[in-house]
Design a protein around this ligand. Structure first.
Ligand SMILES: Cc1ncc(COP(=O)(O)O)c(C=O)c1O
Length: 449
């Protein structure tokens, strides 16, 4: 018979004594043994089974691909193609009037900025805590990316700092629903309206996330989605623009299609600038197949995230990233939480990540300091930028984009799990919490080993 620990004994005794029914979060706490040696110190891993592989694939994808292979054409055709089918079903699912497929999330952002005619001399505001693509698209339009700091509790753009960064040169706000959780939609929209500035939602990580029951990507002038392979909806590479604004959709259509109007005549003149950011039929057919599982997978992530949060909240020094009160659903592309080393004997976040990974829980520290990565300061020396903004202007820009809150969050506090972990079982979630408790218990030994 397995030796019963004192904690387990006391726990079971009190349950038996009172006849009390324990909530799930309490059950795991009394039933699991966190007194055994952590994996990093030579003990056994807490999680021995790998988390689900991503993406899920079956004959639905195989058939869709073969249909595209033998269909009407491999590129974008006007009617009855896989891209049309996807655009209609994705727009319906989101409650958006229009959807346009493009070949990546980067292209979705780039196209929308092109449609707004953003260019040299303009400023575009974005959060520091995002994938570098949000910054790159502004620089590709030769506009000035104005990077602003974050709310340390949610890791989302700080609306107050966003507003403070607005100048007469600002032409668009590009807040990001980072991790798939909505930024403070109401405050951001209110600021956009008050300053008469279009809001482009970077929803590249936020498929099916909701604010007050309405899907993100439908609030601003347009929403950008990514279907790159790590994303909750994926076709290897791909993207989409969603909007309720017909005129804006037409402008995006032209910009992504060599400045033409997408019609029966592939060369119909639109009279605007543009390039080729179109999606192929292979990408669209995979998306149509993956769409059959999207809602059910989203539900599972949300349920697991809620269960995990309930358990992690009970651990001193661990706090799931704050969701704003308007959030009715997070896409949980990332499960992000805050680590406070005061409750772990001063153990660094890097060591905590090492210890948790050793327990069989893949995790990372997430994004770093965007404004310090080589591509950002180098823009201040770019001759085209110096021509438009002057050397002094670019020096001042470097000062404007420093983000001290993010410096601390990204170097000491943030810890991430990726969305595939949330597709695991309830037991997996319990084991994650168990692994963290174990690390906490042995923090001093792990730190000093
Ligand atoms: C927040 C954010 N914006 C933009 C992008 C760019 O999307 P893609 O990789 O499809 O170009 C990504 C995806 O990685 C992202 O996470």
């Amino acid at each position: 018979m397995k030796k019963i620990s004192r904690r387990l004994f006391i726990g079971s005794a009190s349950i038996m004594g009172t006849g009390m029914v324990l909530k799930p979060s309490s059950i795991w706490a009394v039933n699991r043994n966190v007194d055994v040696k952590p994996a990093l110190l030579g003990g056994e891993k807490t999680v021995t089974k790998p988390f689900p592989r991503w993406p899920f694939v079956d004959t639905t994808e195989e058939k869709a691909l073969l249909d595209a292979l033998h269909g009407n054409g491999w590129g974008r055709r006007v009617k009855n193609n896989a891209a049309d089918t996807f655009e209609t079903s994705y727009a319906n699912l989101l409650g958006a009037n229009h959807c346009l497929t493009v070949n990546s999330g980067t292209s979705a952002l780039f196209t929308m900025m092109g449609a707004l005619n953003i260019g040299p001399g303009d400023e575009v505001i974005l959060p520091v805590y995002t994938f570098i693509a949000t910054y790159n698209v502004v620089a590709l339009h030769n506009a000035l990316p104005i990077i602003v700091d974050i709310d340390p509790e949610s890791f989302q753009i700080d609306p107050k700092k966003m507003e403070a960064a607005i100048t007469k040169e600002t032409k668009a706000l590009v807040p990001v629903h980072i991790g798939g959780s909505p930024f403070d939609v109401e405050r951001v929209l209110e600021i956009g309206n008050r300053h008469n500035l279009p809001v482009i939602e970077d929803a590249c990580q936020a498929h099916l996330a909701e604010w007050k029951g309405k899907k993100v990507g439908t609030f601003g002038i347009g929403g950008a989605f990514s279907f790159q392979e790590s994303k909750n909806l994926n076709c290897g590479q791909g993207g989409a623009i969603t909007t309720n604004n017909r005129q804006f959709m037409d402008a995006c259509m032209g910009y992504h299609h060599q400045g033409a109007v997408l019609s029966d005549n592939p060369y119909a003149e639109g009279g605007v600038r543009g390039g080729n950011w179109r999606m192929t039929e292979f990408q669209a057919s995979i998306l149509n197949a993956q769409m059959t599982r999207l809602e059910q997978q989203a539900k599972k992530r949300s349920e697991n995230a809620a269960y995990l949060s309930k358990m992690l909240q009970e651990i001193p020094g661990i706090a799931p990233a704050k969701l704003y009160p308007g959030t009715t659903n997070s896409a949980y592309h990332l499960y992000m939480f805050r680590y406070d080393n005061k409750y772990f004997d001063g153990m660094s976040r890097a060591r905590f990540i090492e210890a948790l990974s050793a327990e069989g829980v893949p995790c990372s520290g997430g994004y770093g300091q965007m404004e310090k990565t080589a591509r950002v300061p180098s823009l201040a020396k770019n001759r085209h930028y110096i021509k438009v903004y002057g050397e002094k202007g670019m020096k001042e820009w470097l000062e404007r984009i420093q983000c001290p809150v993010n410096e601390k969050v990204s170097s000491e506090i943030a810890v991430w799990f990726t969305q595939t972990i949330l597709l695991g079982s309830k037991t997996d979630m319990e084991q994650i919490a168990e692994a963290i408790r174990k690390i906490q218990k042995f923090a001093r030994d792990i730190k000093n080993a």
